[in-house]
Design a binder for this molecule. Structure first.
Ligand code: GLC
Length: 469
């Protein structure tokens, strides 16, 4: 792969990735002396610490500066509670004031240091990867075992009340896939991009975010395939780090439950299960493919996911990256939208999860093609939040942290990326707004053009009675 792409290009990409992570790095101390050091996803728009973003950042930091990777993960743990709960977002240096609190699942409308909901739990997986890159601190792998155990035990206790091995999310953004169309049928008017989301947050607030009480009282909760895949991967990592087989057994239960309850033999996809009746959410998103990352997945299932979906140009085989929603779904939208981002665009963490699985199952050429297309995206548009999988346009936030995950998919080359001078990037709200405006204008003109073309076709149809060509 390295020779096909060329060491020079890889070295340049690594240097650019380093510059993004270093520019977004924030560190300091709270008034009570608590230290923090983390990478914000993309200032100024995303300037806090997000759980899964931090795990992805640490996975990339370990290629450049393992000490930063360790600090990022230690900071995430420090933001958690003694009972093992770790928040979705932590507002270290910049509290959630009244203007922002309504958008965040905080306990009160003012002054919280963190949210009271979770995000896809991959901390143990990231911890293990960083530990393996820490020969300078051999104790790192075991220093947080108690805290990690508490975290995964908290998830089991609070999020798996029916004890079927699958944990539930109670807000759509807990998976990190905020507005994914797979949640439309469950959350409806309370979906992440609809005004009712405020009510979803408010009613959780009123129950003090007691997940068991919320799950018992309301039916809007989801046993989410992507979340459970990462949960199982985390449990496996914890078993390896601790040598405790109990976590392997728990991972196995979750993996078996995914196959037994979420796999749809007819459609050849995995579905999330909603509510107490476990209603399958039959919308094909990258979450339906995520179990490919589990090494225990039966070979015939893996093959079907790959052959029938990943390799199908009508579904997931797009020119750039891997789309977040199957191109065949009526809800698929490739382009930009102010409040919707998981309804089609290609994100780098999708390729990061699925490409190694493709290689493991013998599809190296396809894996190489996807990685090369991602490299093209970054070379043309920089590390953007996400990209249009059809035309490769870079979309939304710039200098977006976890898009640097591409580094983890490319071979390491001898380079001096880490010697690039650090330049803290604070972002400029005016520029950010301007770029959002340009994106909005481009998207609107694309839509207006498409509507005009459709009108033209239908008027020609009326005259000739033929199909548009
Ligand atoms: C968006 C993404 C979410 C991410 C957050 C911070 O809300 O949907 O997955 O964690 O931004 O980057």
């Amino acid at each position: 792969m390295s020779s096909a792409i060329g060491d020079r290009r890889i070295a340049r990409l690594r240097a650019d990735a380093y510059r993004v992570l270093a520019g977004n790095w924030r560190e300091g101390r709270l008034a009570d002396g608590t230290r923090y050091g983390f990478t914000c996803p993309a200032p100024p728009r995303y300037r806090h610490q997000w759980y899964w973003d931090s795990c992805f950042h640490a996975i990339v930091w370990r290629h450049f500066a393992p000490a930063r990777a360790r600090e990022e993960l230690r900071t995430l743990l420090r933001g958690g509670r003694l009972d093992g709960f770790i928040p979705h977002t932590i507002f270290w240096h910049d509290g959630a004031g009244w203007r922002r609190a309504p958008f965040y699942a905080t306990h009160s409308l003012y002054g919280d240091r963190a949210t009271a909901h979770i995000q896809t739990p991959l901390l143990a997986l990231a911890w293990e990867a960083v530990a393996a890159a820490s020969p300078d601190e051999p104790g790192f792998g075991v220093e947080a075992l108690d805290a990690l155990r508490l975290h995964y035990d908290w998830l089991e206790r609070h999020r798996d009340p029916d004890r079927d091995g699958l944990i539930s999310i109670i807000h759509p953004d807990e998976s990190g896939l905020d507005d994914s169309p797979k949640y439309d049928a469950v959350f409806g008017w309370m979906s992440h991009y609809r005004p009712g989301y405020f009510w979803l947050v408010e009613r959780s607030r009123r129950l003090r975010y007691d997940s068991r009480a919320i799950i018992a009282r309301y039916d809007e909760h989801v046993e989410d395939v992507l979340v459970n895949v990462f949960y199982a991967l985390g449990l496996r990592a914890l078993a390896r780090l601790s040598g405790n087989r109990v976590y392997d057994e728990r991972a196995q239960r979750t993996e078996q439950a995914l196959v037994a309850r979420c796999w749809d033999e007819e459609r050849g996809l995995f579905w999330d299960l909603a509510g107490r009746d476990h209603t399958p959410l039959r919308v094909s998103t990258w979450s339906s493919l995520a179990p490919l990352a589990l090494s225990s997945l039966p070979e015939p299932i893996a093959r079907r996911l790959i052959v029938d979906h990943v390799l199908d140009p009508r579904r997931y085989r797009s020119p750039f990256g891997i789309p977040s929603v199957s191109m065949e779904e009526p809800s698929f939208r490739a382009g930009w939208h102010l409040f919707r981002c998981w309804r089609g665009p290609a994100w780098m963490n999708t390729a990061w999860l699925l490409v190694p699985a493709l290689r493991r199952h013998g599809y190296a050429a396809e894996a190489d093609r996807i990685v090369a297309s991602c490299l093209t995206l970054v070379e043309r548009h920089g590390f953007r939040e996400y990209y249009n999988p059809l035309n490769g346009e870079g979309l939304a936030a710039r200098r977006f942290g976890w898009s640097t995950l591409l580094v983890d998919l490319l071979p390491s080359v001898a380079d001096r990326s880490h010697e690039v001078p650090e330049a803290p990037f604070h972002g400029n709200p005016r520029e950010e707004l301007l770029s959002m405006g340009v994106e909005a204008a481009a998207e609107t003109s694309r839509r207006v053009g498409a509507a005009a073309r459709k009108r033209l076709w239908s008027s020609q149809d009326g005259r000739t009675g033929g199909e548009p060509t």
